[in-house]
Design a protein around this ligand. Structure first.
Ligand code: GDP
Length: 607
């Protein structure tokens, strides 16, 4: 049951909006985060900013201080801003909270020198999909030619200091980028000119290096959040909490890092969390936040709290958390709550993802750091361009038991673990090495796919080399009578490939009333150049070497003559190898020829 918290004046209390930073790689997401964390107090005082678990908290006083020059302090009524520390997609995808995005508001970073890039568009689509409000930070304005730095100044003020040339270049680039957004169906405008906020998205020019524009960026975020999200930001006692990460900490055991979006958590609260082996029902042993003093933080000392109110990043210690699944919701068992029901709903996200595993029983194993990244990876593996079957999934480090499972696959390409952003225990690695299981490790989905694809190609190539010994490609050759260079041992002739493909290694025979094997193609020359293969319509000279004493006796003019067609000897076995490994490479006509020859020879073989 929701119960709105009201303060003494009877006004609704707001919680801090939660913000994430998205955008293409190298646009300056990390640098912007650093910049937001820093205060403009030159001495480097903390300025009230607190480093939380997985997030940075910027209290209202700090925002007021930093935006003083903008004369907007009176308008602040949220306690602060909580910025999620992991920039990029993963943070966004992982932070699911009961089906909706955890972030209230986003910063979409665009490099002013590069404009929209592939991941900008991806980020844009993610933000739209989750209906998350956002502003655009047009970063790296200091890279404009001739930019005069005005450290940490509002961008409006900094712009006034710039030369005409800088302003012109800025306008030109801005216009282009607005047009690019328009192509994506998004109306954008420079924040100071934006009269239709809500329909038109605001662009704030920034520099994460010299700090221009950061005041406007922070102010816009907070203003926009408190203007449009009062309902969402109204503090309630209803717990809304998402597990960001599961970590084993020396002395604490398995802990979970969570973002508490709404409500209060207490020491001793009974909680239910999604676990990889079923729901986890446990009791909060301690609620921890990092020590504000950096030196202590390095040593891993935490502050213990009896209770913590949203919005906050917190580390929770409790029993049985080792199988908790990152990226899922945490529930508190309240009075009158049905634990069974909570256990059901906590597993919903998990079931959703589990249902994507192939039922065929053959496929690779996928291991990821969080449910969100696992989901993203499974989605990716499923796309038609990739299409890799998945037989098993897991979250967290790769253990020996995972190797054992992968080892049961029949096909070598499926004795494989795709490990995304997770560690592999030394024991697991050793076991993999000894049991022919290959582990691919990457932190970017695309890299994982590239590695796996290269592996599959290598396997295929090896298999082909292996099979080439036995596969016989179908061909029919006509002898060119005036080009008989050597009649016997080896036979060297000019031929016309009238059907199929001629390859070195192919056993050649003559069809008369019976089959006369005359040897194997040991070399092919086309215009005096050695080649491995010749196609229908080509005229080449071939060398045929007898594979045994009998074949070595075979002679042009005695055992066969210019009227005889030379044909590759397709046996039933060689046909099967051809079909299993090379069928895709053959044209329809070549396949028909292979079928015909096989049928023909098998009649003889049966006699
Ligand atoms: P991310 O991949 O989006 O997190 O990008 P980073 O924050 O790592 O930045 C990528 C590179 O761009 C780094 O070399 C930064 O120093 C640089 N960079 C980031 N922001 C700015 C900026 O505002 N101005 C300039 N000149 N360089 C920047």
């Amino acid at each position: 049951a929701k119960s709105r918290m009201e303060d003494k004046e009877g006004e609704k209390t707001l919680r801090s909006p939660i913000c994430c930073i998205m955008g293409h790689v190298d646009t300056g997401k990390t640098k912007l985060l650093d910049c937001i964390r820093r205060t403009n107090v030159q001495e480097g005082e903390a300025g009230g900013i607190t480093q939380q678990i997985g997030a940075t908290y910027i209290p209202a006083e700090n925002i007021r201080e930093r935006t003083k020059e903008l004369k907007a302090d009176a308008l602040l009524n949220v306690p602060g801003l909580l910025v999620i520390d992991t920039p990029g997609h993963e943070s966004f995808k992982n932070l699911r909270s009961r089906g909706s995005g955890l972030c209230d508001i986003g910063i979409l970073v665009v490099d002013i020198m590069h404009g929209l890039e592939p991941q900008t568009i991806e980020s844009l689509n993610l933000l739209r999909m989750r209906n998350t409000e956002f502003i655009v930070a047009l970063n790296k304005v200091d890279r404009l030619y001739g930019w005069k730095a005005c450290r940490n100044a509002p961008i409006g003020k900094a712009m006034k200091q710039q030369s005409k040339g800088v302003k012109l270049e800025f306008d030109h680039r801005l216009t282009q980028i607005i047009a690019q957004f328009k192509e994506q169906g998004l109306n954008t405008e420079l924040y100071s000119k934006n009269k239709e906020r809500g329909e038109t998205y605001s662009i704030v020019p920034t520099s994460a290096i010299s700090g221009e524009g950061i005041p406007e960026m922070i102010l816009l975020l907070v203003q926009w959040a408190q203007k449009t999200m009062i309902e969402k930001l109204t503090y309630s006692n209803e717990i809304q909490c998402t597990v960001l990460e599961v970590k084993v900490i020396e002395g604490l055991g398995a802990t979970i890092d969570v973002v508490l979006v709404n409500g209060v958590l207490h020491e001793g609260d009974e909680i239910v969390v999604c676990g990889f082996q079923g729901p986890i029902h446990t009791t909060i042993r301690s609620l921890l936040t990092p020590h504000p003093m950096k030196e202590l933080r390095v040593k891993g000392a935490y502050i213990h709290h009896k209770e913590i109110k949203a919005a906050q990043g917190i580390k929770i210690t409790a029993q049985n958390l080792e199988h908790a699944v990152a990226g899922t919701a945490l529930y508190v068992v309240g009075p009158g709550d049905d634990v069974k029901e909570l256990k059901e709903s906590v597993m919903d996200d998990m079931r959703n993802v589990m249902s994507r595993v192939d039922k065929s029983g053959e496929g690779v194993f996928v291991q990821a750091s969080t449910l969100g990244s696992l989901e993203a990876l499974l989605e990716f593996l499923k796309t038609p361009a990739v299409s890799i079957p998945v037989n098993g999934i897991g979250i967290g480090p790769v253990h020996k038991k995972d190797i054992l499972k992968a080892g049961t696959m029949k096909k070598k390409e499926y004795k494989t673990i795709l490990a995304f952003d997770v560690k592999v225990t030394p024991e697991a690695q050793e076991h993999a090495d000894n049991n022919g299981v290959t582990i691919f490790i990457a932190h970017i989905i695309y890299h994982l796919f590239d590695q796996f694809k290269a592996y599959i190609d290598k396997l295929k190539e090896e298999k082909m080399k292996e099979a080439a010994k036995d596969a016989v490609f179908p061909c029919v050759l006509k002898i060119m009578p005036n080009l008989v260079f050597n009649k016997k041992n080896p036979i060297i002739l000019g031929v016309d490939v009238i059907e199929g493909i001629l390859k070195t290694g192919t056993p050649i025979c003559i069809f008369q009333r019976e089959i006369i094997d005359i040897g194997q193609i040991s070399s092919i020359e086309n215009n005096k150049k050695r080649v491995n293969c010749a196609k229908k319509g080509q005229k080449v000279s071939i060398k045929i070497t007898g594979r045994n004493a009998e074949e070595q006796q075979k002679m042009f003019g005695r055992h066969f003559d210019k009227e005889d067609e030379l044909v590759s000897h397709v046996s039933r076995d060689s046909y099967d190898v051809l079909k299993a490994n090379y069928w895709d490479e053959l044209t329809n006509e070549e396949r028909t020829l292979a079928d015909r020859l096989k049928r023909h020879f098998s009649k003889y073989e049966m006699c």
